[in-house]
Each structure stands twice: as structure tokens, then as C-alpha cells.
Design a protein around this ligand. Structure first.
Ligand SMILES: Nc1ncnc2c1ncn2[C@@H]1O[C@H](COP(=O)(O)OP(=O)(O)OP(=O)(O)O)[C@@H](O)[C@H]1O
Ligand SMILES: [Mg+2]
Length: 240
């Protein structure tokens, strides 16, 4: 396996607040990595720095061996880093198809020609093709999550970054979404998936990273990480 994403000694400060503290980990090509940690651990901040929303204060982020630390998000998107947001914000007045077409046209490698085909394919892969002509503002939460996934897929990502895509869904909806994400992973997309719903992660990921206070607590076999003293101590008295 070769490394596709490398987070190397990354620190992030917001003013005086140290949010990410010398964090290093990597994602191998074709791998699905789960990320867990309590609220405020720095998970979303880490994902944002990989996607390019902002740069780390110190440290390096590499994609396919290239230093992308200083590149803006749209450049990283075109290189093959796709992401979903913790809070989906589709264009409510546009249809599902139009929303995905925006990503297919401007976000990824398929600019202009072929964008419609890419959008249709993304909707098919997420089970949203039948909802293509519905306005985004009329979707259920699960459908909004699927639209968010479709938009990310429409940029033809090599790496997909998922931020709590299963949050707020019913158990049955989570099971549906797991199958969709498994399909995307099986098609060869490398995945970093932040999620509080641990049983969902355990059905998909090859490896688990646990974070707290912007640092790596432990990483490794998913079940081993979740059973570790490090993770148990952090979650003692909370949700898990
Ligand atoms: N733009 C910002 N300015 C200042 N502080 C920020 C900013 N973004 C995040 N933080 C702080 O950084 C810390 C980590 O936030 P982050 O959103 O990365 O946590 P998280 O692990 O994703 O949490 P959750 O599980 O609740 O989504 C928090 O203390 C948060 O308040
Ligand atoms: Mg978060």
C-alpha cells in the first residue's frame, strides 16, 4: 500500500487556543480510516485542514506525496480530495440534480464536458437518482446526507472525507448509509470518516484513530482501539 494522505506534525492555533497539537497520521491508498474522539477534540479542524479550508499553524499535509499545505480548497478538490460537511448546506432552491451538477462542473476533474454523466453516476451511487428533480429544500435528513455524499462524489475524489455523515439519523437509516459508504469504499475510494456512531464505523473502517485535545490517543485495529484503556478513559461517563 502507498500513502495517499499524510498529516505530519500538524499544529493549529486559533488565537491563543491550541486546537491541534503535533498531530501525525496517514491514510493508505484504498484504506478506510475511522476517527473518534469527544466533542471539541479537533476532528473537524483536522478534516478542514486536509480539505484546505485553512492551513495549519505548523506542520505539513501531503496528498499523493505532494505538499498541499498551502493550496486552497478548490485546488485540493481538483487534485482528488472530496469532503462532506458536518452541517450540509445545499442550495435549497435548486434541485438535487442541479446541486450535484455544480460539484461535477466546477469542483473536480470533470469540468464542462461529461459533468452531467458524472452527476447522474454520483446520484446513482448514493441511491438519489429517483430524487434528482426534487428541490433540495424538500429533502429529509437522510436524503440531505445522501445529497451531500453525491456532491462529494461528483468531484470524482480519490480520497473522501466524511464528517459525521450518520449523525441524527435513525438506526435503519444509518444501516442504509453504511451500505452506500461500503459501496464507495469497495469502488476504490480511500476514506477518512469522523463519526460518533461507533457501530457504523466498525462496519466499514479498516483502522481507527482516537483523538483528544488535538492529539492522537491511539490508532490501530478498530475493535482494539475502541476496547483500549485510552479510549475508555476518555469516554468514561459520556455517551459510549
Ligand atoms: N474557527 C475557530 N476559531 C476558534 N476556535 C475554533 C474554531 N474552529 C474550531 N475551534 C475550536 O477548536 C476545538 C476543536 O473543534 P472541532 O470542531 O475540530 O472539534 P470536533 O472534534 O470536530 O468536535 P465535535 O465532535 O463536536 O464535532 C473546539 O474547542 C472549538 O471550539
Ligand atoms: Mg466536528
Amino acid at each position: 500500500m502507498s500513502t495517499v494522505i499524510e498529516v505530519d506534525g500538524v499544529t493549529k492555533r486559533f488565537g491563543a487556543l491550541l486546537v491541534i497539537d503535533e498531530l501525525s497520521f496517514s491514510l493508505e491508498r484504498g484504506e478506510a480510516l475511522g476517527v473518534v474522539g469527544p466533542n471539541g477534540a479537533g476532528k473537524t479542524t483536522t478534516l478542514n485542514m486536509i480539505a484546505g479550508d485553512f492551513s495549519p499553524t505548523t506542520g505539513t499535509i501531503r496528498f499523493d506525496g505532494h505538499d498541499v499545505t498551502a493550496l486552497p480548497a478548490h485546488r485540493r478538490c481538483r487534485m482528488g480530495i472530496g469532503r462532506t460537511s458536518q452541517v450540509p448546506r445545499p442550495f435549497e432552491g435548486l434541485t438535487v440534480f442541479e446541486n450535484v451538477l455544480v460539484g461535477a462542473s466546477f469542483g473536480g476533474a470533470h469540468r464542462g464536458h461529461g459533468a452531467r454523466d458524472v452527476a447522474v453516476d454520483a446520484l446513482r451511487r448514493t441511491g438519489m437518482l429517483a430524487r434528482a428533480n426534487v428541490r433540495a429544500g424538500e429533502l429529509t435528513l437522510l436524503e440531505r446526507k445522501r445529497l451531500e455524499l453525491s456532491r462529494a462524489l461528483s468531484t470524482d475524489p480519490e480520497v473522501l472525507l466524511l464528517d459525521e455523515i450518520a449523525g441524527g439519523l435513525t438506526d435503519g437509516e444509518v444501516m442504509d448509509l453504511i451500505e452506500t459508504i461500503k459501496g464507495i469504499h469497495a469502488a476504490g475510494v480511500s476514506i477518512i470518516w469522523i463519526e460518533h456512531i461507533v457501530h457504523a464505523l466498525l462496519k466499514v473502517v479498516d483502522r481507527m484513530l482516537a483523538m483528544d485535545y488535538g492529539r492522537k490517543l491511539i490508532e490501530g485495529d478498530p475493535h482494539g482501539v475502541m476496547a483500549s484503556d485510552e479510549v475508555k478513559n476518555v469516554y468514561l461517563g459520556t455517551e459510549a
